[in-house]
Structure formats: C-alpha cells, structure tokens
Design a protein around this ligand. Structure first.
Ligand code: SF4
Length: 465
C-alpha cells in the first residue's frame, strides 16, 4: 500500500501500542542541550536509572551562551551552573558534548544536520520546540518537554499519539527578494497558528524541491509555529548531496555505506500515490516579502499591505500599530540576524549581499550571530564578517542569542527588533515590553541599513546579480 514518509518512519520505529492508545516509538537520535536537561538527569538519578543509549545522544550548549565573550566560567551564575551540570551529566553518561570551546559547538538544530547526525528516515527528539527543523532532511523530529527528555534518556523511547499528515504543496518558483522565511510566514498566516494541531506537515512542490537544505530547514523549523508537531521534506538528490562527506553520515568508499544509505533513504520517501489527510496548495510566485505585525507568527502582512485586524486586538496595542497601517516604514532599534531559523551560511550570504557597501542607520544596534561555529568559520573564510563589521554590525560567536532572553543579548524596554528568528511572543527577546518583527535575514539587513522596515526588493535592485 502506498504510504507517506511519516507513516513509513513511524511504523519502522513503533515498539508497541500502549494501553493509552499511544505508540511507544523508538528514538534514533536524541539531541540535548543545557536548558531542558538538568531536571531530566536529576529525575533519572533519583530513580537510579542510567542513560539507555548514550551513543545515540549528543549534546551542545547553545541557549545560555554569551555571544560576545564566550570564555568560561560564564559571568551569569545560573548560565554557568547549567553548563557545568550538562558537562557533568554528559561526562558521567558518556555522551559527546560540544561546549563553546569546541569547534562543533552551535545551536542544536544547526549542528545536527551540519555534522550529518540528522539523516533521512530517522526519529529524532530534542527538548526544544524547533526540533521540527530536522525534518528538512526527511526525518520525523519531535520537540519534547523535560519529562519526555527523561523518558528518552532512560528508555530511548517516547509515548506519542499518531499524527495526521497534511501535504503542503508550494508550486512554481519564488520571485527575487522572496525567501523561505516568507513562504513559511505565508503558510502560517493562511493556515493559522493552531491550524497544524494534530498534523505532520509534508512540504513539497516545485518551489520546495528547488530549495537548498538551508531553505528547507527554515520552512520545517517554523512548522511548530503553525501548530504542527512535525514538518518534513522528502529526501532527494539535494538531501543526499548535502549529507555526502558529513562526519557522522555514512561514508563513501569501499564499504559502500553511503550508497546503501541512499538506497534506503530513497525508499523512505512518500510514495507518489500516497494519500494524505489534507492537502493545501500555495503559489510561490504570489508570495511577497512578509513581516509580522503582532505577537504570534501568524499575525503578518506583506510589505505592501495594510494591517487588517480588530481594533480591540491586544496585539495592536502591544505593538503600537493601528489597523489600516503598513508595517513598512516602522522605525527599528535593533536588527538581529541569527537563530536556528535563519542563522546558516546561506542566510548570512544573502544578508551580506544587501549590506555590502552600506552602513547601518545611526540609531540601530545590529547583530549577526552565526548558528554554529562552523557557520561562523565558513562565513569568515568568505570575508562576510568584514562586510558586516564595515557596515556597523556586531559580529558575534555562535549561540541562540537574541532569539530568546536567556543570555545577555536582550531587547531593552519597548525597543523594536527586526529579527530573523521564529517567535514574536511578548517578552520573547528578553524585555517584557520589547517588540519583535519577524522577517527574512535579507529583510533584516535592509531594515538595519534603512533604520526602518523596507521592502528588500528596492535594495536588491542596487545589488549586481
Ligand atoms: S535559536 Fe531560538 S528557537 Fe532555536 S534552539 Fe535557540 S532558542 Fe530555540
């Protein structure tokens, strides 16, 4: 019978049906970080349990890492405690850990694919909502809570309800100045922030097929913002090329390991005649640069569109917008390029293309934070750090940075931030009254230079192709 990738991977990892009706699912890869693990390890120790599969568990420090001075001990006592606790727990359990002193450190959802840990057909779990990112490589990846982190540490299994599968087809091709971020913001706007509850989102169609892995990761990353537990793209030649030669991927050579893996990865993709619980289609050519105006990622408009919202909507008051107004022209205080949504090399390259030869507006503070040390090194090898620094940006070390207020990179007061991250909830960027405008990294770069939200396409016209 024809099946979707979701069902194939689910069935291949199902251990048994539980009396609750849930399925006990084996987890192929468990990624952990400093924030959601201390309590999980404590619970494990209280029961006298050991980590069941340390060889399937990998750790990094990302959320609490200062991005300006990464030397240990961290000045923030709580951050240092979290880092030390993860180090101790990983050492005791024999789990590989990448700290800011290691070349492989970075945001958990950036380093997993980068190192080839994330592979098609896997089940993946991590104590962070944006674990759906890994679906870009054809994995089924679940963001989990602290008690589930404990469960996976102890048993390498999760108890989960099955999901329905919605096929989201993005047909045609994107126009210049329109990016993966605009696509996912458009999808969430139309389907709603709760629209994906109970679903896995399978992304496909010509626009997705033509995207790089980095772009697919941006799309899958924000599936959770549309309510979907999981988002994925079927593995294809782009996926295989991305994985070739990555340190933890099956290796090419006499053993034939890589070729055997590719044969398996091809089989795991959804069958052409698989049936879906729902199908939705988007026309890529109709998608425009998009920016959020509200306090959830579904509250967005295109750069040329006026906000249409109930005047009583609390988001309007919080953000200081009125119905009928455009977000374009809004003065910004801070520009943030980074996060697991848009902190990869191609994001930095596209932003640098806009920035080159310009300087940020005098009233703007602008940060570029690579998603991993490897991204930072690759960007520096291309001279991108000089482009940003010359333009007045701060070039930082890898980490989650201003995506959330758990490290020194925070908004102050009612500052407005043009941000390439994934959440615009009240207080998300560290100030209870701070205001976040989500947009693509290229749009953030354009806003930093103009000092206000602008249509990046007007600046692309100046950039030689
Ligand atoms: S960049 Fe943001 S969303 Fe991604 S892992 Fe870090 S805190 Fe979570």
């Amino acid at each position: 019978m024809a099946e979707t990738l979701f069902h194939k991977v689910w069935n291949a990892h199902a251990v048994r049906k539980l009396p609750s009706g849930q399925t006990q699912l084996f987890v192929g890869l468990h990624l952990i970080h400093e924030v959601t693990t201390p309590q999980a390890f404590d619970m494990l120790h209280q029961h006298g349990w050991r980590v069941a599969f340390p060889e399937r568990t990998f750790a990094t420090i990302d959320h609490i890492v200062p991005t300006s001075a990464q030397r240990r001990p961290f000045l923030d006592v709580m951050a240092e405690e979290m880092a030390s606790s993860l180090e101790r727990n990983c050492r005791e359990a024999g789990i590989p850990l990448w700290t800011p002193d290691d070349d492989n450190q970075g945001i958990v959802h950036v380093i997993g694919p980068e190192l080839g840990l994330t592979q098609p057909g896997m089940t993946i779990a991590c104590g962070d909502s944006h674990t759906s990112t890994h679906g870009a490589l054809g994995a089924i990846a679940f963001g989990i809570g602290t008690s589930q982190v404990r469960d996976v540490l102890a048993s390498q299994c999760l108890a989960l309800d099955p999901l329905k599968v919605r096929r989201i087809e993005v047909t045609g091709s994107l126009r210049p100045g329109v990016y993966a971020k605009d696509v996912i913001l458009t999808i969430i706007r139309r389907l709603g922030v709760q629209g994906g509850v109970g679903f896995a989102y399978e992304y496909g169609g010509a626009a997705i097929d033509g995207m790089s892995l980095d772009e697919r990761m941006t799309i899958c990353n924000m599936s959770i913002e549309g309510g979907a537990r999981v988002g994925y793209v079927n593995p294809d030649e782009t996926t295989f090329a991305f994985l070739r030669g990555r340190p933890f991927a099956p290796q090419e050579g006499a053993s034939g390991a890589f070729d055997r893996a590719v044969a398996w990865w091809r089989q795991i993709a959804s069958d052409a005649n698989a049936s879906y619980d729902d199908r939705v289609t988007f026309d890529a050519s109709a998608i425009e640069p998009t920016v959020t105006w509200g306090i959830n990622p579904g509250q967005s408009v295109t750069v040329n569109e006026a906000i249409a919202a109930d005047p009583q909507d609390e988001a309007l008051e919080f953000m200081g917008f009125q119905p009928g107004r455009r977000v374009t022209g809004t003065k910004i205080d801070v520009a943030f390029i980074g996060s697991c949504t848009n902190g990869r090399l191609s994001d930095l390259e596209e932003a640098a293309r806009i920035v080159r030869g310009h300087h940020i507006a005098p009233h703007v503070k602008a940060l570029v934070v690579p998603g991993s040390k490897a991204v930072g090194r690759a960007a520096e090898a291309r001279g991108l750090h000089h482009v940003f620094i010359d333009a007045g940006f701060e070039w930082r070390g890898a980490g989650c940075s201003m995506c959330l207020g758990m490290n020194p990179d925070k908004l102050e007061g009612r500052q407005v931030c043009a941000s390439s991250s994934n959440r615009n909830f009240k207080g998300r960027q560290g100030s209870p009254t701070g205001r976040t405008l989500l947009m693509s990294p290229a749009m953030v770069a354009a806003a930093a230079i103009a000092g206000e939200v602008v249509d990046v396409r007007t600046m692309l016209e100046e950039v030689p192709a």
